[in-house]
Write a protein that binds this ligand. Structure first.
Ligand SMILES: [Zn+2]
Ligand SMILES: [Zn+2]
Length: 433
């Protein structure tokens, strides 16, 4: 016996009822002098049954580049929440803060985060202020990529860096940035004269690492302060950004310290590292037990230490980061944190977004478009001077000019833009007799 039989009969009768009903409605339309086709009536009835959704008023997902920031709003985007060894799910430390006045700031620029930054679809001219908490590679590893890659992606304004001094000059940000410019001498030489390279200028602002809540930035009603962190060596700091009555605190890396507890108190959003607990550093990361204890509690902050810090700071939202945040790890982190801290809490992963206003803090995840192109620059580009390519006669002698395919490309551009550009590489002049 077929148990579906009554259901099938009911569906069939319902369908017949719609068609018959539609027929009689159509007849009545005819009698009333109107003429609604039978198919229209049937499709309208079917649409009502399938219940179309339309556009949702409240978005549960953040789509970069599609959502205006409110005039009183601070938007914080986690662009790197993982470890020094980057992985597809998590880059190293990087946080983007966008304000309702249009300003944007980067806090740390760790390895792998540039790709997450690009996914925000923000013109690079606006991404020119970077605050580095300390000079570990997982907090500045993508700086060369943002600096030099950014020039190709249309940044025409200097890249501005803020970072701390060290115990001696060679451990400071200025020394590091000078060497970075030396390291990329070849890169710089290949780009200047070929593209508009104004964005290649690096502005370095080194400030004393031991300043106690000292203002290091004060522009456009945005104040950024720094205070010391306890991590690695002298020369690690944490930051506070204040704007429009909202306070963002970023620890970079540090073990619990009295300055964070004092200056971060009552912050709207307080970010602090929360490292893997020592037992997981042994089993998951392959540390030996002493390494796990030393790194996990004396160089970094265990979940329990994080919890104790946040129970003293009492922010509107506490955010932990700097661990591999997986489905089997997060419950263990939460269990340990919740023994000592029961306030508002998020454990960040890359692309987590926080919309902060005086009334609410909303946490969402971003939906990322992988096909990202650079946004146009703010300033007009200046054509470079390509009259001389910096090659020796030796290298020029090896180039194949291929004018049969290159000249048409020049002609195509010259026709499109009314220019008269010529290729640099030409076939060699015939030797004189
Ligand atoms: Zn570090
Ligand atoms: Zn770190």
């Amino acid at each position: 016996m077929n148990t579906n039989h009554p259901v099938r009969i009911a569906i069939a009768l319902f369908g017949v009822a719609i068609i018959v009903g539609a027929y009689f409605i159509g007849r009545s339309d005819e009698r009333n002098g109107t003429n609604t086709p039978l198919e229209t009536i049937v499709s309208t009835a079917t649409a009502a049954i399938t219940s179309p959704t339309g556009i949702l008023e409240e978005r549960d997902v953040y789509y970069p580049g599609t959502e205006a920031i409110g005039p009183d709003e601070m938007r914080v985007v986690a662009l790197g929440t993982g470890m020094p060894s980057v992985r597809p799910k998590q880059a190293s430390a990087c946080w983007l803060v966008e304000l309702g006045n249009g300003d944007k700031f980067l806090f740390d620029i760790g390895s792998g985060c540039h790709e997450r930054l690009a996914a925000q679809k923000i013109p690079y001219d606006y991404l020119n202020k970077v605050f580095i908490g300390h000079l570990h590679v997982d907090h500045m590893g993508d700086l060369p990529s943002l600096w030099l890659g950014g020039t190709v992606m249309n940044r025409l304004v200097p890249l501005r860096i803020w970072g701390p001094t060290g115990a001696t000059p060679e451990y400071g940000t200025q020394y590091s940035m000078d060497r970075m410019q030396e390291m990329y001498k070849w890169d710089i030489a290949t780009r200047s004269g070929v593209i508009d390279f104004r964005g290649g200028v690096l502005e370095v602002n080194e400030f004393p690492f031991d300043g106690l809540n000292k203002v290091i930035y004060n522009e456009n009603d945005v104040i950024i302060r720094s205070f010391p962190a306890v991590h690695g060596l002298d020369g690690a700091v944490s930051f506070i950004l204040e704007w429009n009555g909202l306070t963002f605190v970023y620890g970079s890396d540090t073990i619990p310290n009295k300055w964070y507890v004092e200056y971060a108190k009552g912050a709207d959003i307080a970010i602090h590292e929360s490292f893997l607990p020592p037992p997981l550093l042994v089993t998951k990361q392959g540390f030996n037990p002493l390494e796990a204890l030393t790194v996990g509690t004396q160089g970094h902050t265990s979940p329990e230490q994080f919890a104790k810090v946040m129970s003293m700071v009492k922010p509107r939202l506490a955010v932990g980061y700097h661990f591999y945040n997986d489905f089997d790890i997060k419950p263990e982190m939460m269990k340990r944190i919740r023994t000592l801290y029961d306030g508002p809490l998020e454990l960040a992963v890359d692309y987590m977004v926080f919309n902060v206003t005086k009334d609410s803090i909303k946490t969402r995840m971003s939906a990322i478009d992988e096909d990202i192109w650079p946004s146009p620059p703010i300033l007009e580009k200046i054509p470079p001077d390509v009259s001389e390519f910096p090659f020796s006669a030796f290298t020029i002698s090896g180039a194949l000019p291929m004018l049969d395919v290159v000249q048409p490309l020049y002609d195509e551009i010259n026709d499109l833009y009314g220019t008269d550009y010529e290729p640099f590489f030409k076939p060699p002049e015939p030797a004189e007799e």
